[in-house]
Each structure stands twice: as structure tokens, then as C-alpha cells.
Design a protein around this ligand. Structure first.
Ligand code: NAD
Length: 485
């Protein structure tokens, strides 16, 4: 089976913050790989805009290094680097000043798709949008891509939406959450809505509970100052985990398009119950030596910011009332691993005397490190003798026919940037969705702020979080899945 790649329309993509970490590690390599795949037209142009002094020649050298370090794969060597570098130019711009805007305007073509990627600090999102609008650089068809974090609470998200909304229409604004670009996240929708098998069971009658885990093995790694003002709730739950929860819990949209999918996600967020204090555990990692712990690494010895959070969440609607969603995320845990686990109810009655504790099926949708889907089934243990039962994973690895596609699977940024050029917003967050998510998260953070004396639970580096997080499940007679590679 061959992969049919349809090139996108010709485009000019301006990357504000083109010299930054995200551009270097993700955005530029993603574009290069799309050129290797034949999806990025060779006439397309990438214009990096940032504050540093670079000539075009110097910046192309920066791009070459970025590709050599971050873009190579079996399917994409370095043969096309020369061709790719010809697409690149650099404009020195100060987002908060007058420098560079005229030069940028003169560089851009009018007859191709125009996209502007805001890969800069959030305080610059508004000023850049305003400059693009007021200086008449971006037209009605232009698109802007806005990185996370989108606000730090409901008020700031509303303000940002308001500023962007005065400069661009909602159909021009692409709020990126790279989790939505992951293959398995889209596979979750294919699995749910492309098979008649699961949907009838996808509700409180048949699902005992759902677990969503986003575990990181790294700590704050030099971003301690930034992270300490944010914490796991803002950094992970409000955006990535909320998106995974929405896609897992939403009703079938009538079409797989931006309006319908985002309408359904919004309904889920609006149906989330407020979380009781007993259903939230916050943790902070501690090391064998003080210097390894969160307090030292965040540079704030009094910090009350969580590097781990676990929550039990209810959804008040017909589909999910009574089925809890357990969410957890943390840094410095045993492994880097993200997964959504649907734990189905146990069979109602066992006809096998040797096996009176029949277990429910478990469907695991793994996002990282190895994207894939697994369903555990109960079968008879092979061999003569009694009817003994065992649980085995049903092999749902992709068929051999898909092997080459799996190997060359685009990463999330590749897919999402190409979606921007195509003007497809399905995998991006709408303004009202982001606000609704903050509206749910804000009272939780306000509750913590009001109880500064309640100490965060310590947990050991390399474990699975505080013991209290295990208790959150145990007290309900349930168990977290192992954080395993
Ligand atoms: P960075 O600090 O490495 O880069 C910032 C870029 O902004 C640089 O190119 C710098 O020259 C430019 N810049 C700074 N001030 C400017 C000004 N006044 N005018 C014009 N350009 C200016 O930041 P980063 O890590 O690349 O992050 C960029 C954005 O992406 C942030 O919003 C961040 O939250 C988000 N993000 C980053 C990552 C990541 O892995 N780095 C992941 C997710 C989201």
C-alpha cells in the first residue's frame, strides 16, 4: 500500500520567535520533514522573525543545524537540506517596536496562503496580532497559530481572546495543542466512530471508570522559574489532559469537522462537575539529595506549586453520570508515558467455578512513548485440565500493510502545521473551549490559593506520585495502571 501525499497550496509562513527553542526543535524540523514527504511545495517560503541579529546566510546555518539534530529519520535524510534552505529567510523584528515590520510586509506574497506562527512568549501574542492588523500585513485569509499557554486563568484567556478577536476572525485563529496532532488521538476518534463495536458500550452502563495519565520522567529542567508560576494544573490539566478527556467523553459529532467536533468537546467541559477537595491530590518531587528536589530546582524553597496532580472527576450527563474519570500528571515519575485507559465493568456473573473474579476488559490508547492501542481479553489458559482463565492483550498492532506508513508517521507538529495551511481547524482549540476549560480549573486553583497552609504531598523521584494518589483509587476499590515504558 502506498502513501498518497497531496501537496498543500503554496504558502508563506512567518515564524515569530524563529530563533527560539520550539522553532529549532519542532517547527523547522517538522517543515523539513513535510518537504521530504512531498507535502510542502518547494516554492513555499518560511520567514523567521525574531529579535536577534541574523543575516539570511547565518540563519540558514541555524536551520541546517536544527535539521541535522532534530529532523533526520529513515524516510528523511539530509539530501533536501539545500532545497529547503532556499525557502528560508530571516527578518529582524521587535514585536514591541517599529523595527522590521515594513521589511516583513515587503517580503510577503499576496497570492499564496499566509500563516503567522506565534512561537514567542505569551505577552507578545497580542502586540504581534495588533501589528499584523494595524500595519495591514495580514489580510482576511491569513491564519495565525497561537502557542500555549493560552492565558493563565479565565480572565487572562478572555482578554487574549478579545485582543486576538479584534484583529482576526475566529476562523483565522489556530490555538495549538500538540496532543491533538498525535496519531493515536485521532485514532481514538476512528476507533470510537469508525467501528460499531465500541460505541454501544461507551457509557456509564458498561464502563467502570476511565484513567488518563500523562507521566513525565523529566523534572523542571532549567524551566523552574517559569514552571513554578504555573504548576501541573495549568501546564497540563487545563489543556492537554482536558483535550484527551473531551475526545474520550464526547458525543459523536455529526461530521468530523471543526465546528461539530469542537461543539461536542465544549459540551463535555460544560458538564464537568466541580471537584471536591477530597478528590484532588497535589504532589511535589523530592530527591535523595536536596538539590534534586522540586524546591531546589524551582529556585523557590517555599514553593507551594504542584509538580504532580491527580483528580477524580465526574461528568454530569446521560452518558457518563456515575462513571469517574481519574486524571493524573506529574514530573519526575518512573517513566515518560501517556495513555487513556477505558476499564470496562466486570462480567455480571461467572459461570466458571475456578474463576469467580472475572475481570473487565481494558482498552488502552497509548500516546507515548509508542503510540498504539491494546485491548485485554479474558481467554482460557491453554492446556488440559480445569477451565482456568487468563487475561491477554488482543493484538491490535497495525497490519503489516500499514507498516511503511507507521514508520513514516508525521509527528504532531507536522500534521498540525499542514492543517493550518489547509485551513482545517478541527484539531485546534476554539476560543470558547479554552475559556470553558479555564472556567472549570480556576475554582480549583482558587481553592488551593485560599489554603496555602495545606502542604503539598512529597513524592520520590522515579516513583508513581504520592501515596495519597494511590489511595484516591484504592478507596474506590480501583487501581491505577502501572507507569511502565
Ligand atoms: P524561547 O525563549 O526559546 O524563544 C523565544 C523567541 O522569541 C526567540 O526567537 C526570541 O528572539 C523571540 N523574541 C523574544 N522577544 C521578542 C520580541 N520583543 N520581538 C520579537 N521576537 C522576540 O521560547 P520557546 O521555548 O521557543 O517558546 C516559544 C513559545 O512556545 C512560548 O509561548 C512557549 O510557551 C511555547 N511552547 C514552547 C515549547 C518548547 O518546547 N519550547 C513547548 C510548548 C509551547
Amino acid at each position: 500500500m502506498t502513501t498518497e501525499i497531496i501537496p498543500v497550496d503554496d504558502f508563506d509562513l512567518v515564524i515569530f520567535g524563529g530563533t527560539g527553542d520550539l522553532a529549532k526543535r519542532k517547527i523547522l524540523p517538522a517543515l523539513y520533514r513535510r518537504m521530504c514527504a512531498g507535502q510542502m511545495p518547494r516554492t513555499a517560503r518560511i520567514i523567521a522573525a525574531a529579535r536577534s541579529d541574523y543575516t539570511n546566510v547565518q540563519f540558514r546555518e541555524f536551520v541546517r543545524e536544527s535539521i541535522e539534530s532534530f529532523a533526520k529519520s529513515k524516510a528523511c535524510g539530509t539530501d533536501l537540506i539545500g532545497t529547503f534552505l532556499k525557502c528560508i529567510s530571516y527578518v529582524k523584528i521587535d514585536a514591541l517596536g517599529d523595527e522590521g515590520w515594513d521589511a516583513l510586509k515587503n517580503t510577503l506574497r499576496k497570492d499564496v496562503v499566509q500563516a503567522y506562527y506565534f512561537s514567542v512568549a505569551p505577552r507578545l501574542f497580542g502586540p504581534i496580532a495588533q501589528n499584523l492588523k494595524q500595519r495591514k500585513i495580514a489580510g482576511r485569509d491569513a491564519r495565525i497559530v497561537v502557542e500555549k499557554p493560552f492565558g493563565r486563568d479565565l480572565k487572562s484567556a478572555q482578554e487574549l481572546n478579545q485582543v486576538l478577536g479584534t484583529c482576526f476572525h475566529e476562523d483565522q485563529i489556530f490555538r495549538i495543542d500538540h496532543y491533538l496532532g498525535k496519531e493515536t488521538v485521532q485514532n481514538l476518534m476512528a476507533l470510537r466512530f469508525g467501528n460499531a463495536l465500541f460505541e454501544p458500550l461507551w457509557n456509564e452502563q458498561h464502563v467502570d471508570h476511565i484513567q488518563i495519565t500523562v507521566a513525565e520522567s523529566l523534572g523542571v529542567e532549567g524551566r523552574g522559574g517559569y514552571y513554578d508560576k504555573s504548576g501541573a494544573m495549568r501546564d497540563m490539566v487545563q489543556n492537554h489532559i482536558m483535550q484527551l478527556l473531551c475526545l474520550t467523553a464526547m458525543e459523536p459529532p455529526s461530521q468530523f469537522d471543526a465546528a461539530d467536533v469542537r461543539d461536542e468537546k465544549l459540551k463535555v467541559i460544560r458538564a464537568l462537575d466541580p471537584v471536591s477537595p477530597d478528590d484532588i491530590i497535589r504532589g511535589q518531587y523530592v530527591g535523595a539529595e536536596e538539590s534534586q528536589g522540586y524546591l531546589a530546582q524551582s529556585g523557590n524553597s517555599d514553593s507551594n506549586t504542584e509538580s504532580f496532580v491527580a483528580l477524580k472527576v465526574g461528568i454530569s450527563n446521560w452518558r457518563w453520570n456515575g462513571t469517574p474519570f481519574y486524571l493524573r500528571t506529574g514530573k519526575k515519575l518512573r517513566h515518560r508515558m501517556s495513555e487513556i485507559v477505558i476499564v470496562f465493568k466486570d462480567p455480571p456473573h461467572s459461570i466458571f467455578p475456578e474463576a469467580d473474579d472475572l475481570k473487565g476488559n481494558i482498552l488502552t490508547i497509548r500516546l507515548q512513548p509508542d503510540e498504539g492501542i491494546e485491548l485485554t481479553m479474558t481467554i482460557k489458559e491453554p492446556g488440559p485440565g480445569k477451565m482456568r482463565l487468563t487475561q491477554v492483550p488482543l493484538d491490535m498492532s497495525f497490519a503489516e500493510a500499514l507498516a511503511d506508513k507507521v514508520e513514516n508517521m508525521p509527528d504532531a507538529y507536522e500534521r498540525l502545521i499542514m492543517d493550518v495551511i489547509r485551513g482545517n481547524q478541527t484539531l485546534f482549540m476554539r476560543g470558547d473551549e479554552v475559556e470553558a476549560a479555564w472556567g472549570w480549573v480556576d475554582p480549583i486553583i482558587a481553592m488551593w490559593d485560599a489554603k496555602q497552609d495545606v502542604k503539598i504531598k512529597p513524592y520520590d523521584i522515579g516513583g508513581s506520585g504520592p501515596d495519597d494518589a494511590l489511595m484516591l483509587m484504592h478507596r474506590d476499590g480501583r487501581k491505577w495502571r502501572e507507569i511502565a515504558p
